[in-house]
Design a protein around this ligand. Structure first.
Ligand SMILES: Nc1nc2c(ncn2[C@@H]2O[C@H](COP(=O)(O)OP(=O)(O)O)[C@@H](O)[C@H]2O)c(=O)[nH]1
Ligand SMILES: Nc1ccn([C@@H]2O[C@H](COP(=O)(O)OP(=O)(O)O)[C@@H](O)[C@H]2O)c(=O)n1
Length: 226
């Protein structure tokens, strides 16, 4: 079997990690693992970690490292036979170090998006909680306002996308992300993309991954996901 491919996407809330991850998953057949979606599933299922995490997320704070790693590392262990793209984890240096000891990454994609752009996007972000599908009332609106395209169920706005929690999240992100970015830069696997539009970043991400992902792996992954 060819070598599996492991990637991480880093970026502040609203930078387009989820949007780009979906495109990577459908173009390259990698499994998209969103720590935010996984947290929300745990919150909905009222698991021990979910109940604990909820209190932090509502305040716009980060979930503590030990809770995140205890949640994510077992999830990754279930994926040892798959190539994946991890979105939202690691968020801190301690999480990056825990991930390092669990697996070896091939590529880290880092999204560098201006603050004003992030604030504007998150104000307009609505999600379908059951599936994690993300809409933007301007960039990517649902066909019918306020309603999920597939299920017809109502869309909601995350507590942490509301203005009270938003500014605290963006400020905190910057402080904790820097050492994570520095770590991956030092390892020589960091690829940084700067722009205000996902559609302008995507061609560069796509050509990076085309060059890095072995063709036979991409074909095999696609065959198993379609
Ligand atoms: N206007 C605009 N909105 C975008 C763009 N890319 C993503 N979005 C929207 O911005 C919001 C945040 O994107 P998301 O992928 O959820 O970011 P994440 O928080 O980093 O995972 C969502 O509502 C997206 O639909 C873009 O290039 N322009
Ligand atoms: N590694 C992580 C990932 C998410 N989270 C929390 O979960 C929330 C939702 O994560 P997300 O990845 O869906 O959203 P964004 O913060 O990227 O918009 C974050 O705002 C954090 O409060 C965390 O604390 N630590």
């Amino acid at each position: 079997m060819s070598k599996l491919f492991r990637a991480v996407i880093l970026g502040p809330p609203g930078s387009g990690k989820g949007t780009i991850s979906e495109r990577v998953a459908s173009s390259f057949g990698l499994q998209h693992l969103s720590s935010g979606d996984f947290l929300r599933e745990n919150i909905a299922a009222k698991t021990e970690a979910g109940v604990l995490a909820k209190t932090y997320i509502e305040k716009g704070a980060l979930v503590p490292d030990h809770v995140m790693t205890r949640l994510m590392l077992p999830r990754l262990e279930e994926m040892t036979r798959h190539s994946w793209l991890l979105d939202g984890f690691p968020r801190t240096l301690a999480q990056a170090e825990a991930l390092n000891s669990a697996c070896e990454l091939d590529v880290v994609i880092s999204l560098n998006i201006p603050l004003e752009t992030l604030k504007e996007r998150l104000r307009h972000r609505w999600i379908h909680p059951a599936s994690g599908r993300v809409y933007n009332m301007c960039f990517n609106p649902p066909r019918v306002q306020g309603v999920d395209d597939i299920s017809g169920e109502p869309l909601i706005q995350h507590e942490d996308d509301k203005p009270e929690a938003l500014v605290a999240r963006l400020r905190h992100y910057k402080d904790v992300a820097k050492p994570v970015i520095d770590l991956y830069r030092a390892k020589g696997i960091l690829h940084m993309f700067s722009d205000t539009e996902t559609d302008r970043i995507w061609p560069y991400v796509s050509s990076l991954l085309s060059a890095k992902i072995p063709t036979d792996l991409a074909d095999a992954q696609r065959a198993t996901t379609h």
